[in-house]
Design a binder for this molecule. Structure first.
Ligand code: ADP
Ligand code: MG
Length: 362
């Protein structure tokens, strides 16, 4: 008979580093996850220009540079700590959170599976400081206002993870997609991506006036969509503008002819955050039901704005999924928004056809 008492091991607190590495398993899947988190942070810091530099698809180096409000020297070590954040202070804040981040996890997690350094200078500080996450060394460096986070040798300490990485070209394309998702939400911010010293993407900022009309915002979005996804996307889509109850849906929906074999040009945002959400994709799909046949995939970029208290963003470690308090309300709003947008050009074509003396069925 086995002695059960000898089999049992005592309960222990895990070392901090290990806790972060475990958390990193959820947040950091590949270089693109790091890019997403670092760009989130840059945007939360009010950056107007974000530059991403990569080596070997991001595996050897990811550096994200911004011109945001920076991190004061004495807070740099805190930025690396788990559950340390400047973005929320209470449960109430969590329910109305407007920033991309709030979990205070990303830098700690990334730092635990890479060789990371933070360089930052807030406007109030005469000089920038660099914190080496491994050694904890803090020293002054030259830098203008803003922050650079450098992540080297991702997963060097966790070879099992490193094995799951694909070719540099594949990792690079995921990194670019991560920036693209941000760029489509923020036409007012400029983005540049460098790989191996070459500029691979550059999207210039369009001024979006704070008090501007929705058509100004629509113009800025159309320009950004054209830059990022191609002029065709804009030419083959119509503006979406719909408001019902507390839900606003804007963006652009592709005409049925623009549908593609793959669902690679479908972007959904909730309060500025890119999400993968069945309610939204299902609603959009429904809107195309009568005009799109077979397995063709519509193209769209849809932006849902809703009272933050009516959507829970704290359901997934990377916040790519959300939970709506009333998903039916959101589903209907999105479906009607897209249906209305698609109906407008069809109505116009009908009027034109009638004016030309053709039968409407032609
Ligand atoms: P979170 O974004 O959830 O707060 P992070 O681990 O991503 O957690 O970042 C921790 C903190 O470090 C942030 O709350 C913020 O105060 C600071 N920080 C991180 N990146 C930047 C940046 N690029 N500019 C200014 N502050 C930053
Ligand atoms: Mg963050």
């Amino acid at each position: 008979m086995t002695d059960l008492a000898t089999l049992r091991r005592p309960i222990r607190d895990l070392p901090d580093e290990l806790v972060s590495q475990i958390a990193a398993g959820e947040v950091v899947e590949r270089p693109a996850s790091v890019v997403r988190e670092l760009v989130d942070n840059a945007l939360d810091a009010g950056a107007t220009q974000v530059t991403v530099r990569l080596l070997a698809g991001g595996v050897r180096l990811i550096a994200v540079e911004d011109d945001g409000n920076g991190i004061p020297q004495d807070e740099l070590p805190l930025a690396l700590r788990r559950h340390a954040t400047s973005k929320i202070t209470s449960l109430n804040d969590l329910e109305t959170v407007a920033t991309m981040g709030f979990r205070g996890e990303a830098l700690a997690a990334i730092g635990s599976v890479s060789d990371m350094a933070l360089l930052s200078r807030p406007p109030s500080q005469g000089t920038a400081f660099l914190l080496d996450a491994r050694s904890g060394e803090l020293r002054p460096v030259a830098r203008s206002t803003g922050t650079t986070v450098e992540v080297k040798e991702l997963f060097f300490s966790t070879p099992a993870r490193r094995k799951f990485l694909k070719t540099d070209a594949t990792e690079l394309s995921h990194c670019i997609e991560a920036v693209r998702r941000h760029a489509l939400a923020r036409p007012d911010v400029g983005f540049a991506i460098w790989h191996e010293g070459k500029l691979v993407e550059q999207w210039r900022a369009t001024f979006v006036p704070g008090q501007g009309t929705t058509s100004d915002a629509g113009d800025a979005l159309a320009r950004r969509l054209a830059d990022v996804l191609g002029q065709d996307f804009v030419e083959q889509s119509v503006a979406v503008q719909h408001r019902v109850g507390g839900v606003t849906v804007t963006g652009r929906a592709g005409l049925p002819d623009a549908a593609r074999a793959r669902a690679d040009h479908q972007y959904c945002y909730v309060n500025g955050r890119f999400v993968r959400d069945k309610v939204l994709t299902h609603a959009a799909r429904n809107a195309y039901e009568d005009v799109l046949h077979g397995h063709r995939q519509p193209i769209y970029a849809l932006y849902v704005e809703i009272d933050p208290a009516r959507v829970d963003v704290n359901v997934h470690p990377t916040k790519i999924e959300v939970r709506f308090r009333d998903s039916r309300e959101v589903h209907q709003a999105v479906r009607h928004a897209v249906e209305n947008a698609l109906a407008a050009p069809r109505a116009a074509a009908l009027v034109e056809a009638l004016a030309a003396g053709q039968s409407p069925a032609a």
